[in-house]
Design a binder for this molecule. Sequence first.
Ligand code: NAI
Ligand code: BGC
Length: 256
Amino acid sequence: MLVTGASTGIGRATAVRFAAEGANVAINYSRKTAEAEETARQCQAARTRGGREIIVKGDVSDEAQVKAAFAETLARFGGLDVLINNAGIQKESPSDEVEMADFDRVLGVNMRGAFLCAREALHHFVALKKPGVILNNSSVHEIIPKPGFVSYSMSKGAIENMTRTLALEYAGRGIRVNTVGPGAIVTPINDAWVHDPKARANVESHIPMGRVGQPGEIAAVFAFLASDEASYITGQTLYACGGMTLFAEFRENWAS
Ligand code: NAI
Ligand code: BGC
């Protein structure tokens, strides 16, 4: 299996979870080699059922780098059965002041990058006439608008339609495509509130379960969706968000 953006956060936790299950894990990263090596070290430590990990560098928004990362993974593992499109970034700005370079970068990584990797995985599955699984990391912001993050919201909305389109197009060939929609998870993307008790309490006030999530709780959903336990599920987004998509603000009767 290959997981993109696996040098930190949810991607790292997912790589470690799959390593614990005995999978061969390709750890993709784009910038900090030391972080990818730490993921590899944690994968090794988690293994009790064999398998091995490799590190494959590549910016998911760059076609040539994606092709190279897949070629290296296929050459070293001899095949691929699961892709997890996890890499993602966000940039905050009032929508009327968005810099188009930032907009293009967010869509380039979150949307174009996810499709480039999905396309490479599909090439492989189709060429070998073999079943496969493609999973995407979206967000509650696939459906909850996120003011100040319009490019991020747009990119995650696009993931839903990519999931449904690819799932429909390839269902007859044994290829399943699904998405996980996490809520607020303790990872580096959330450094702004993770280490600030007041900001964190504000985030938690929007979550019906009253707490933020841990990366391992998202990795577990990826493990389920990749497994045969999910053999009849395709084209879906499974939200793992402590109920955030249920709109915490409406938990008390307010209108009648
Ligand atoms: P993170 O910032 O730790 O992880 C993002 C990873 O993507 C990093 O390792 C980063 O280096 C990598 N990345 C960025 N650009 C890349 C590129 N061009 N090519 C390859 N890798 C690249 O944060 P987190 O939370 O683990 O994010 C992972 C995914 O989860 C993202 O898609 C994010 O949108 C999504 N997500 C996170 C939530 C959260 O609350 N932490 C909630 C909902 C979704
Ligand atoms: C964002 C996080 C945010 C979470 C819940 C994620 O998609 O990347 O910054 O905390 O959604 O709103």
